[in-house]
Design a protein around this ligand. Structure first.
Ligand code: ZN
Length: 131
């Protein structure tokens, strides 16, 4: 049995991060469908599960690797934004956050110092803001 499975899975993509996330998404749709009783969400549970099975048994490993890489980039970007939000929330009483009008760099300045001229360290643009 084990040798048969190894032969069957040889050359196939198998498991990756995206394939681990798709059943979680499917479970979320299933939970929503249980509480709302909307059949559309139940049908939506089938899409991530079927694509998970398709990706696992696919022999086009390069394409699956590209999909997984794109998923990981989106996941990392979301995690980075979440960490930034946490940092801002913890520093909300001591600092203010502004975006540079020229390059959109986020700048952190101390709070309660009156009107300050803020100079962007990235592009050198200066602007005034109340802190
Ligand atoms: Zn700037």
């Amino acid at each position: 049995m084990k040798a048969w499975l190894q032969r069957f899975m040889s050359g196939r993509h198998g498991q990756d991060d995206l394939n681990r996330a798709l059943p979680v998404l499917s479970l979320c749709f299933l939970t929503v469908s249980l509480f709302t009783q909307w059949p559309a969400f139940y049908v939506l549970t089938l899409i991530p599960m079927s694509s998970c099975a398709f990706r696992m048994f696919s022999r086009d490993t390069k394409k699956r690797a590209r999909e997984n890489l794109a998923f990981l980039q989106v996941k990392d970007q979301a995690a980075r934004k979440l960490r930034q939000s946490e940092t801002r929330f913890h520093q909300r009483k001591t600092h203010r956050f502004y975006k540079c009008p020229s390059c959109a760099q986020t700048l952190r300045v101390p709070k309660g110092k009156g009107r300050l001229e803020i100079r962007c360290p990235k592009c050198g643009t200066s602007f005034e803001r109340q802190t």
